[in-house]
Design a protein around this ligand. Structure first.
Ligand SMILES: N[C@@H](CCC(=O)N[C@@H](CS)C(=O)NCC(=O)O)C(=O)O
Length: 212
């Protein structure tokens, strides 16, 4: 099984299924295609029909799109409990992951993931609205379902893979969650937990040693 990914430094979409596969204990190799180069599209097309990474090559098929790969891993490795076991938690965990997958355009645009960056940025009105929504979601899910651990639904689960790139943006751009509804630091503590996860630390280590 091979996961085609972009640069560790930039590729938020690649990071998600990579974290999910690691959590599942799957054995996989990586094919890295460097982004933002003249031959990027041509190289990705050698692996993936969408001309986008990530893509998972498994059993003669190519599964493209981070969500499709994550769903496949959840199906293939049920023992990894990638979705919460309790029905209501599971329904909402899917909503959270899908909202991230299809939303938060302003945050993505103003604060692209770059694991080499540490700066301070004043969020635009649109980015501030995204931050308020994220803080509200994080606080609600942590309050309702977070008792079993420091992650969104307690133990690490699928939405955490989707929100780890958000956590890196909060840190890279010094985004102040308290100013967006997180007065007592519940959402920030969740962000900190994502950034301390051993699999993320391994991804970050690779990003930091990756040649420019
Ligand atoms: N919705 C897709 C988005 C994938 C995507 O936009 N990937 C970017 C890199 S993070 C890409 O492949 N860009 C191609 C390029 O830069 O030429 C997914 O979830 O997999």
């Amino acid at each position: 099984m091979e996961l085609v990914i972009g640069d560790y430094r930039w590729s938020t979409w690649s990071m998600r299924p990579w974290l999910v596969l690691r959590h599942a204990g799957a054995e996989f190799t990586e094919i890295e295609v460097r982004l933002n180069r003249s031959d990027t599209a041509e190289k990705i097309l050698q692996h993936s029909p969408s001309a986008l990474v990530p893509a998972l090559k498994v059993e003669g098929e190519v599964i493209w799109d981070s969500m499709a790969i994550a769903v496949w891993v959840g199906e293939r490795y049920p023992e990894a409990r990638l979705w919460p076991a309790a029905a209501h938690a599971r329904w909402l965990a899917r909503s959270c992951a899908c909202e991230m997958h299809s939303g938060f355009a302003a945050l993505r645009k103003q604060c692209p993931m770059d694991l080499h960056v540490k700066t301070t940025l004043v969020p635009s009105e649109e980015t501030a609205a995204d931050l308020r929504r994220l803080v509200s979601m994080f606080r609600q899910m942590r309050a309702r379902f977070g008792q079993g651990g420091p992650y969104l639904f307690g133990e690490w689960s699928m939405p955490d893979a989707f929100f780890t790139p958000v956590a890196t943006r909060v840190r890279s751009y010094s985004l102040d969650l308290a100013a967006h509804g997180d007065e007592d630091g519940v959402a920030q503590a969740y962000v900190d937990a994502l950034l301390a996860h051993p699999d993320f630390l391994e991804w970050e280590r690779r990003a930091l040693v990756e040649a420019a």
